[in-house]
Ligand binder design. Structure first.
Ligand code: 13P
Length: 335
């Protein structure tokens, strides 16, 4: 492991006002999003969709790194250029999702544990040869009646730290993603309490397993009320709660925090990120950035709709949402 290289890569990923684009939907997730729009769910359509994204004019002005799924990492543009080469030529760092998905946790109804540690070292070595330099692992924590359990938080945090240690050993910056889900009618306060407990546990495991904080990126949820909670707080209240929670749990040595969007609309995800940067940017130890999938891609996918004729318009939409988040990083977003 070259510690300085890890630190350099993580600084590049969060170092200026650009951010990350998550385009690593697994085949089942990508197919589900295609099906909802009536787009055929085939390998060719998934390839064309990803080509539309990475050939978006100006993408490199907004994005430092893209997260890919195994299938996409091995695909090429219509003209034969491998996606990884096309991405790297734009000055964008290719990353890869390496978890094998969140599965039902034995003995814990309603809770999930993320799998994928077996064989991970060998997979990382292959991805490194192919040119990937950072990785992602997502754990999901649900809020509900009697959940999350300590067991679920502990098991997922332990797995995240094992993944992160393997990544760093193999020269990858790990994106550490513990996602507290928005599903449910829980309050903002409940989300704060659970998110804090999860993050404290994750960092304790990362510390215990000798992960270098300076060479990782945290990808958390924002602190939000549940989707069906009757009380939906203002953008500023959510920005304040999120930053307060992160300040309590995330070591200052971490270079950057890149939020997931988690089902928020593009408008809200950007507005909340913007509010955090307006109110706190100058006094935070870490950069506050984005690693959105849906909040950047969804409107573009709807326009694209599987049709070659719609590519240019879809790309304009993708660029628009990516650039909104660059503005949000600067605290200069105006809708
Ligand atoms: P969303 O921004 O759509 O939540 O996706 C982020 C992500 O990478 C989930 O793992």
């Amino acid at each position: 492991m070259n510690k300085q290289e890890l630190i350099n890569t993580s600084k590049k990923l969060v170092g200026d006002n650009r951010g990350l684009l998550a385009m690593d939907e697994s085949n089942p997730t990508c197919n589900k999003r295609f099906a909802a729009l009536g787009i055929p769910q085939t390998i060719d359509y998934r390839r064309s969709y990803r080509e539309m994204i990475i050939t978006t004019p100006g993408l490199g002005e907004c994005i430092t790194g893209v997260i890919l799924y195994d299938e996409t990492l091995r695909q090429s543009k219509k003209d034969g250029t491998p996606f990884i080469k096309a991405i790297t030529d734009l000055g964008i760092i290719p990353g890869v999702k390496v978890d094998a998905g969140a599965k039902d946790m034995a003995g814990h109804r309603g809770e999930k544990i993320t799998e994928g540690l077996d064989g991970l070292r060998d997979r990382l070595r292959e991805y490194f040869q192919m040119g990937a330099r950072f990785a992602k692992w997502r754990a999901v924590i649900a809020i509900g009646d009697g959940i999350p359990s300590r067991a679920c938080i502990d098991a997922n945090s332990h797995a995240l730290a094992r993944y992160a240690a393997l990544c760093q050993e193999e020269g990858f910056v790990p994106i550490v993603e513990p996602e507290v889900l928005m599903d449910g009618d829980h309050s903002l306060g409940k989300c704060f309490e659970v998110t804090e407990e999860v993050l404290v546990t994750v960092f304790s495991q990362l510390y215990r397993q000798d992960v270098i904080f300076e060479g990782l990126i945290l990808k958390p949820n924002m602190v939000l009320p549940g989707k069906t909670c009757p009380e939906q707080e203002s953008v500023n209240t959510i920005a304040d709660a999120t930053v307060e929670c992160l300040l309590r749990a995330v070591p200052a040595a971490v270079p950057g925090i890149a939020f997931l969007s988690g089902g928020q609309s593009g408008e809200l995800a950007s507005a909340r990120l913007n509010a955090m940067n307006v109110r706190f940017k100058s006094r935070l130890p870490w950069a506050l950035s984005f690693s959105f999938a849906r909040a950047i891609q969804q409107p573009a996918m709807e326009i694209w709709h599987g049709e070659e004729a719609n590519v240019a318009e879809a790309q304009q939409k993708l660029y628009y949402w990516a650039s909104c988040n660059v503005a949000a990083r600067k605290g200069e977003l105006a809708f």
